[in-house]
Design a protein around this ligand. Structure first.
Ligand code: ASP
Length: 306
């Protein structure tokens, strides 16, 4: 029996526990991943994913989600979808097709409706109050503050790896803006023969490095998950700083084909890991030169959401 779950931000702690329980009972990597992410999508306390997610400049909540099965390399994704409960479920269902795997906007909504996915108005009084208070100050926000994507990497007993993400993207984004999260290779990637990776942070930076695929390629080249994750993130940070003068927040989780994890970040970044030999554990990662170091958190309340 050997399985693992790796997920981003403190908000994924309960979802990680749910995914771990399912994997322990023999669930597939895909089913456990969807259950874990859906827990975050459904919780209005988490203001950057699903119900209660961050509104765009026009006050609407447009969601992005992506899913990849590392056995078949099939993927599905939705971008800028409004009015549905679970982008991750819709994304996963799109991975079953040979074509039309990545749908956006009205097309994604029409698909979700036609296939019976649960509708939900993801606006809450809290998210709308925040939008009302800040909608005229988008230009004052540092990189559109207050975003965060829930990313899950799961590996099951059969050795299948999956990657999945769900997010409302950047606060006060332009309607129609799609970040890295649902973009295969940037926001997520999984190959059961090598490993998997998923990213969170400012999508416009992450896409410049096709970050998740880069990390998987580093694992393919023989680097450990930890080396691959920190190289992918900190080399992109260095390249963008040299060329553009700065690099916004970027973080990445990676898992090798045996379920060992790695993390890379240029900020202080919480993440969660569980396996058949380890209870769900919240870690705090941070940059240390061209390395990323992390330690387990003993006082969970000391880590501010997300
Ligand atoms: N990557 C997401 C986006 O750019 C946001 C985040 O993960 O913080 O839409």
């Amino acid at each position: 029996m050997s399985w693992s779950v790796l997920s981003t931000w403190k908000m994924s702690l309960e979802g990680c526990r749910i995914a771990a329980q399912q994997l322990a009972k023999g669930a597939t990597a895909a089913d456990a991943l969807v259950a874990g992410i859906e827990n975050v999508e459904d919780n209005p306390k988490f203001c950057s994913v699903g119900f209660g997610g961050l509104p765009a400049r026009d006050g609407h909540v447009y969601l992005d989600g992506g899913f990849m099965d590392g056995d078949t390399l099939r993927f599905g994704a939705v971008g800028s979808i409004e009015g549905f409960r679970s982008p991750i479920r819709i994304a996963r269902s799109l991975s079953a097709y040979k074509f039309n795997n990545f749908l956006v906007g009205q097309g994604a909504e029409a698909y979700a409706k036609a296939h019976g996915f649960e509708a939900r108005d993801n606006r809450t009084s809290k998210s709308q109050a925040r939008w009302e208070a800040e909608k005229d100050h988008a230009q004052d926000l540092v990189s559109y503050d207050g975003h965060d994507t829930v990313c899950f990497l799961t590996r099951d007993d059969a050795g299948t790896s999956c990657a999945g993400v769900s997010t409302s993207g950047l606060f006060l984004k332009e309607p129609g803006r799609v970040g890295d999260s649902p973009v295969i290779g940037s926001g997520f990637y999984a190959d059961s023969e090598i490993g998997s990776a998923a990213a969170t942070g400012v999508g416009e930076e992450i896409m410049k490095g096709a970050l998740s695929h880069t990390a998987v390629l580093y694992m393919k080249a023989g680097f450990t998950a930890q080396q691959a994750a920190e190289r992918a993130v900190l080399e992109l940070d260095a390249a963008l700083t040299r060329r553009n003068g700065s690099c916004n927040a970027i973080s990445l989780i990676a898992m090798d084909r045996d379920g060992k994890f790695g993390v890379g970040t240029n900020i202080v970044f919480p993440f969660v890991y569980a396996s058949d030999t380890q209870e769900p554990t919240l870690y705090l990662a941070q940059r240390d030169g061209m390395r990323t170091v992390y330690e387990a958190v003993t006082d969970i309340d000391s880590v501010v959401q997300d």
